[in-house]
Design a protein around this ligand. Structure first.
Ligand code: HEM
Length: 224
């Protein structure tokens, strides 16, 4: 245990621990028949939620750095994004294979009848180039275009939220159905995206500096 903590940071352990333990738990519960009366639906829902959570956590890295001048989340962003992609791939494979038995005509009909699946598909297709080019070799090869390409995550996140909210069939205006969780995820994504707007970031950074200044002043007054 001591060796583990000396080799890896707590954040690193948390990221990898979360991603693999959640998957191990799903596999275990599936094979021991502990996944509700509709295990395939439960698998679909839980892999979808893990994918979304990891995607949102990857979006949190830059704001955490901006707000707290904490550099480590920036180093964990790639792992979070890749784990999100791993879960999405499993989510899609479960849908295609376990749910529809690779019956392509049925799959095609589902996509035609349920636009929320098209939204999910679009998000999935947009995630593929991000996962593929997330390695340093592509960063060097693509230069400035790498950043441009990876900004599509700002489009992907709202698409996923839409896919999620639509899947839950809630009605925001009538406050009916399951709206709380999609709404919370949606607000968090809006907050993280807003923090990337230069004007908002500038205001937040100056606020942070003012608060830090006050804290430091109080600290030095107390030590006199
Ligand atoms: C080809 C692409 C996709 C397909 C076919 C697909 C399919 C589905 C289906 C069938 C459901 C409904 C499960 C149910 O409640 O019965 C669902 C829900 C969901 N999907 Fe997807 N999905 C796709 C892409 C994505 C992506 C890219 C993400 C996230 C990064 C995602 C995250 C979710 C979430 C969070 C839910 C709701 C889970 C819940 O009910 O709590 N999906 N998806």
């Amino acid at each position: 245990m001591k060796k583990l903590f000396s080799r890896y940071t707590p954040l690193q352990i948390a990221v990898h621990g979360y991603a693999w333990s959640a998957l191990a738990m799903l596999v275990f519960q599936f094979f021991t028949d502990n996944l509700t009366a509709n295990p395939i639906q439960a698998l679909e829902q839980r892999t979808g939620r893990h994918a979304l959570t990891l995607l949102v956590l990857s979006l949190a890295c830059t704001p955490l750095h901006t707000l707290f001048q904490w550099n480590e989340p920036l180093k964990r962003r790639r792992a979070l994004g890749l784990y999100a992609f791993m879960y999405v791939t499993i989510h899609v494979l479960i849908f295609l294979d376990l749910d529809y038995g690779l019956a392509w005509s049925f799959v095609f009909r589902e996509f035609i009848e349920k636009p929320r699946l098209i939204v999910g598909l679009l998000a999935f297709l947009l995630l593929i180039p991000l996962a593929w080019t997330s390695f340093d070799i592509w960063k060097a090869r693509l230069g400035k275009n790498w950043k441009r390409l990876h900004k599509t995550v700002y489009l992907i996140a709202p698409l996923v939220i839409l896919h999620y909210a639509w899947s839950k069939k809630g009605d925001l205006f009538a406050l009916q159905g399951e709206i709380v969780r999609p709404l919370i995820y949606g607000l968090v994504v809006v907050l993280f995206l807003a923090l990337r707007i230069p004007q908002v970031r500038k205001t937040v950074v100056s606020l942070r500096d003012r608060v830090m200044g006050q804290v430091r002043k109080r600290g030095s007054a107390a030590s006199i």
